[in-house]
Ligand binder design. Structure first.
Ligand code: NAP
Length: 253
């Protein structure tokens, strides 16, 4: 997993676990220096960094809450200082909360989900554009936003708040892609279906991924690596004419 400084450096929000953790390992495989951002689980972030460094790659772990502007500035400044110029952002950090109906949700819960999933993604993309856009003297780059199949089904009775934030991400991907299309930056998204990660425990149902196999045409949930492979393809020059697209990675759902 030798790193290639010509490939540049990628910020992966929520890169310590789940889909983000898989992206970090594959980004290092592909030659990027990797910033593994995390919210609280320092042990998990350091474990990903150690795996990358042990394999000959370059990686750092940087704590920061994507919903807090000063933290986002710190993540981007720290990556530039410690790794070098930023050429990619995987806008992966996202949360949900306990399953239920909208009429049971508190204002605090809704605000937190919107702040992390929407505001956090916009703030990180803003900093990535400032770092990468030819308009700002950058060399270009690529952004991939994490949406969800929830954006297309609405997730009634489970988490309509989360689903609504992912609908916002789909619109944001399209708008930002068109806004920076002549500035050397491609912006795309992926819509994972049900992927086997810890996020389902946050919804109060750790077994959700496997319990729902029967609703998936392929009759199984996906793995973080299966999503990460699509994300790293979108990041790469192999996807040089793809922008404003959001790809379902959902086993047909
Ligand atoms: P996960 O296993 O719960 O991991 C979440 C990651 O995000 C962790 O690294 C966590 O850091 C980090 N994080 C959480 N809040 C953060 C914040 N405020 N600031 C910075 N980092 C934060 O999640 P996942 O299942 O891999 O999901 C990743 C993305 O894919 C999310 O956007 C999610 O909505 C989307 N997605 C997932 C599925 C699925 O079935 N798993 C389906 C569709 C879409 P710590 O380790 O420090 O907690």
């Amino acid at each position: 997993m030798a790193s290639d400084t010509a490939k540049g450096n990628v910020v992966i929000t929520g890169g310590s676990r789940g889909i983000g953790g898989a992206c970090a390992l594959l980004a290092a495989r592909d030659g990027y220096g990797v910033c593994v951002n995390y919210a609280a689980n320092e042990t998990a972030a350091n474990s990903i960094v150690d795996q990358i460094v042990d394999a000959g790659g370059r990686a750092i772990a940087l704590q920061g809450d994507v919903a807090v502007e000063s933290d986002v500035l710190k993540i981007f400044a720290g990556t530039k200082d410690q790794l070098g110029p930023i050429t990619g952002l995987i806008n992966n950090a996202g949360i949900l909360d306990k399953e239920g109906r909208l009429d049971e949700f508190s204002a605090e819960r809704i605000a937190r989900i919107v702040n992390v999933n929407v505001t956090g993604s916009l703030l990180c993309a803003r900093e990535a554009v400032k770092a990468m856009s030819t308009r700002h003297g950058g060399a270009g780059g690529s952004i991939v936003n994490l949406s969800s199949v929830a954006a297309t089904i609405g997730s009634p009775g489970v988490y309509v708040d989360y689903a609504a934030t992912k609908g916002a991400i789909d619109t944001f991907t399209l708008g930002l892609a068109r806004e920076v299309a002549t500035e050397g930056i491609r912006v795309n998204g992926v819509r994972p279906g049900i992927i086997d990660t810890d996020i389902h425990a946050s919804g109060g149902n750790p077994g959700r991924a496997t319990e729902l196999n029967h609703v998936i045409p392929m009759q199984r949930c996906g793995t973080p690596m299966e999503v990460a492979e699509v994300i790293l393809w979108l990041m790469s020059d192999a996807a040089s004419y793809v922008t404003g697209a959001t790809i379902d990675v959902s086993g047909g759902r």
